[in-house]
Design a protein around this ligand. Structure first.
Ligand code: ZN
Length: 153
């Protein structure tokens, strides 16, 4: 799997699958991506809207949130409208985000500016702010929670 190749994470068994392989469902458990494929690439406002009203399908939502997680995290940092970024975070990232690779990438990217408020991880590969860490500790996924707690003491 190439670095720049977009993938989906099966919301049932966490297997990573490249887009062109999703046609016949998850290679591991058979989960069908057909309803999800149609919804990919929509913006985060779409997701906020759908998380509250239309989506009964939590597995589909989990899949879409992870697929768009780079964009959602970036939006969370750059958006200055509190009601909006809090909703994005609490409704989508906290319950559904589970892609540790995306998080690590995000925390080593230029989006986290290296000003005076920066907090470095133990291994010095990742950076954050106190307030951002407070948010990230709320994420339900066990691997992400463990990473944040262990790397940023
Ligand atoms: Zn699966």
């Amino acid at each position: 799997m190439g670095i720049f190749e977009k993938y989906l994470i099966c919301p049932k068994c966490d297997t990573k699958i490249t887009l062109q392989d999703t046609e016949n469902g998850c290679l591991n458990c058979g989960f069908s991506f057909s309803s999800i494929i149609k919804l990919l690439g929509k913006d985060d406002d779409f997701l906020v809207l759908y998380s509250d009203c239309i989506y009964a399908d939590k597995l589909a939502l989990k899949c879409i949130v992870n697929y768009n997680s780079e964009k959602l995290l970036k939006h969370f940092i750059e958006c200055s409208w509190g009601a909006h970024y809090n909703t994005v975070f609490d409704k989508l990232i906290v319950p559904y985000f589970s892609d540790l690779d995306v998080l690590k990438n995000f925390l080593s990217s230029d989006i986290i500016r290296e000003d005076n408020n920066i907090v470095w991880s133990k291994n010095k590969e990742h950076k954050a702010y106190d307030l951002l860490l407070k948010y990230l500790r709320k994420i339900k996924d066990k691997n992400i929670h463990k990473f944040i707690v262990n790397e940023f003491k």
